[in-house]
Design a protein. Structure first.
Length: 642
């Protein structure tokens, strides 16, 4: 087998307009080549394989029928977009996906005019598409013009409330736009909820009949009942009238379901819809995540996210690990605590595998809840559980928790309900780039009255923080931890309950103290070792808590040293800002203390390895060493890269 597939038709495509010269039969063969190229590229870079494979035929059909980039095509969630990138002039860089300086793993406005809207978090496409449609009708962007607006929403994204808010508004405004529901029966974890059940049974033939005279020959291409649609229809037709669908109640003309892998259905239906649509239309397309690649189709998550892999076997090429991942440590710690306390329940938002809660679900199925891509609901659901006397652990990535922030404030914090937030993917996460960086949770949680905010310096500390969260009933509590493997420290059999608001001393020294919050502690200790070779031995402490602060520890460090440096894997306004406020309130700066705070810079850092991203952020060991030398006024060469 050659390194790259043979793709004679794809080789003729440099932009979507090239597809206009292809026959329908050639477009079907082009889809096969596009699938092979997508598999080949992702095997080199790693990435979100399954979602893209599921929309290969849809991608070809859309670009063949539409006039992009004048017609605006929005992918939701954006990780479905790899085949789209190949067809839109980026094939020569497709093997740089998710690499430093390469293509983003999501749609990105600054990357291509064919990406009209960036989408890395789910369920935004209908809102954005409606905005584009209204801008079109109001005469916006006259120098370019806006044609049709098409939002492809799938991979579970329709389960979020925002999608239905947008559909309700679009139905009211009656603007011409096309929403394609990519129903692959998946989100990231297997689908959950009443909506998924509804879609799995839905077959609405009658609405399509309204377009029959316009579609002409298209109807004959839709077997009735559709083979897959008939199976889905059987139960539904016993209980409801055909045509009385949820989507039509929201003001959309509903069409489908059709087979999203059958070009003989896709092409004529898309042509008919584009020609005849007047208001908002929803086209229901059935696809299979991971389609056409056995190792993806056979996996539980349908090949959602993959490391580099062997194309023939599908075996992922993961570097050997010397330590368990933080996610695994969290999951195992929670299982041990749950065995001793039957009031512990776990909640996640379509990320059971990513947060490690799939194992909790296997062990305690009645105490584990996947709410789908619905973080707002998930947070308030946890608030209700806490109000009912349970001990809910809300396990959500830092970047996704942002979506439920209003609920964190109003439903949890104001009521002082003891919801336990397990915040995975804290800090810079690597290949997923700025959209998935856990940069802001320290700042947006530590400013809330009554909130307790912790960060694990290593995996042993994480075990202790799980135990501490279980025991904490005085209000909401959060603990954050990074992506990837731990440091390799010995793990306790069970966690110890930490004293709230108390840090720990790591190493005594002189002149300068470094107060670390979170997983930069390893880099701090490496910097300390390098500084000792210069005769400088900083004091090092682990804060453990951003809120409440350890006042005694901080004021003691300030009193005994010329300088105090804080470091955290978070943005401006977090732990360092709280320390500075304390020092200012206590008049410490009046006594001449030099204070520095190392935080993530005020920029969004593009994808790279985590180490390279932290190098951009100037937060690796060499940067910490340089910061110490600067604050002490010691001359040094350019910062050694950590």
């Amino acid at each position: 087998m050659t390194d790259r597939p043979v793709t004679p038709l794809l080789d003729r495509v440099s932009r979507p307009a090239d597809l206009k010269s292809f026959s329908d039969a050639e477009l079907a063969r082009l889809a096969d080549e596009l699938r092979a190229e997508t598999i080949s590229a992702v095997s080199v870079t790693g990435g979100h394989l399954g979602a893209g494979l599921g929309v290969v035929e849809l991608t070809v059909a859309l670009h063949a029928v539409l006039d992009t980039p004048r017609d605006k095509l929005i992918w939701d969630v954006g990780h479905q977009c790899y085949p789209h990138k190949i067809l839109t002039g980026r094939r020569d860089r497709i093997r740089t996906l998710r690499q430093q300086g390469g293509l983003s793993g999501f749609t990105k406005r600054s990357e291509s005019p064919y990406d009209p809207f960036g989408a890395a978090h789910s369920s935004t496409s209908i809102s954005a598409g409606l905005g584009l449609a209204v801008a079109r009708d109001l005469g916006g962007a006259p120098e370019h013009g806006i044609g049709d607006v098409v939002a492809v929403i799938g991979d579970g994204a329709m389960s979020a409330g925002m999608a239905f808010e947008a559909m309700n508004n679009a139905g009211h405004l009656k603007k011409r736009m096309i929403v394609i529901l990519n129903d692959n029966e998946m989100s990231i974890s297997p689908p959950v909820g009443a909506l998924s059940s509804y879609l799995s049974r839905l077959y609405a033939g009658a609405p399509f009949q309204e377009l029959k005279s316009a579609a002409k020959g298209a109807v004959s291409l839709l077997p009735g009942p559709l083979q897959e649609g008939a199976k889905r229809a059987k139960d539904l037709l016993k209980h409801m009238a055909v045509g009385g669908t949820l989507f039509e109640e929201l003001g959309f003309s509903y069409l489908g379901p059709i087979d999203g892998h059958d070009m003989d259905q896709l092409l004529p239906v898309l042509r008919t819809v584009r020609e005849r649509a007047r208001g908002p239309i929803l086209l229901h397309v059935l696809t299979r995540k991971g389609k056409g690649y056995g190792p993806a189709e056979d996996s539980r998550d349908r090949g959602h996210a993959r490391a580099k892999f062997d194309v023939v076997t599908g075996e992922q090429k993961k570097a050997p690990s010397n330590a368990p991942s933080y996610t695994r440590v969290f999951a195992e710690s929670l299982l041990k605590e749950a065995a001793a306390d039957d009031r512990i329940v776990a909640v996640t938002a379509a990320m059971a595998e990513g947060t490690g809660l799939d194992r909790f679900a296997d062990r305690y199925p009645s105490r584990c809840f996947d709410v789908g891509i619905a973080e707002q609901h998930g947070v308030t659901f946890c608030a209700g559980l806490a109000a009912g006397g349970m001990k809910p652990f809300c396990a959500i990535y830092s970047t996704f928790l942002q979506r439920g922030y209003d609920q964190v404030v109003h439903d949890v914090a104001i009521q002082r309900l003891p919801v336990r937030f397990a915040i995975d993917r804290a800090g810079l996460v690597g290949a997923d780039g700025p959209t998935h960086a856990g940069a802001f949770d320290i700042a947006y949680l530590a400013n809330l009255p009554g909130f307790t905010v912790m960060a694990a310096a290593d995996e042993a500390e994480l075990v202790h923080m799980v135990a501490t969260a279980v025991a904490h009933d005085a209000g909401p509590i959060a603990f954050r931890f990074p992506r990837g493997e731990g440091t390799g420290v010995d793990l306790p059999e069970r966690g110890e309950i930490l004293e709230i608001g108390k840090g720990r001393m790591i190493a005594e020294g002189a002149r300068v103290a470094i107060l670390s919050f979170g997983a930069r502690l390893t880099e701090v200790m490496q910097a300390r070792e390098a500084l000792q070779a210069r005769g400088i031995a900083p004091t090092v402490a682990d804060a453990r808590f951003a809120k409440p602060l350890d006042r005694d520890l901080i004021l003691d460090l300030a009193a005994r040293h010329e300088a105090l440096i804080t470091i955290e894997e978070g943005a401006i306004g977090g732990f360092g800002s709280h320390v500075a406020q304390l020092l200012a309130d206590e008049g410490v700066f009046d006594r001449g203390l030099k204070f520095r705070s190392m935080v993530l810079p005020d920029i969004f850092i593009d994808q790279a390895s985590p180490a390279d991203m932290y190098a951009v952020a100037r937060m690796n060991s060499g940067d910490i060493e340089a910061k110490v030398l600067d604050v002490l006024g010691v001359e040094h060469l350019a910062a050694r890269r950590g």
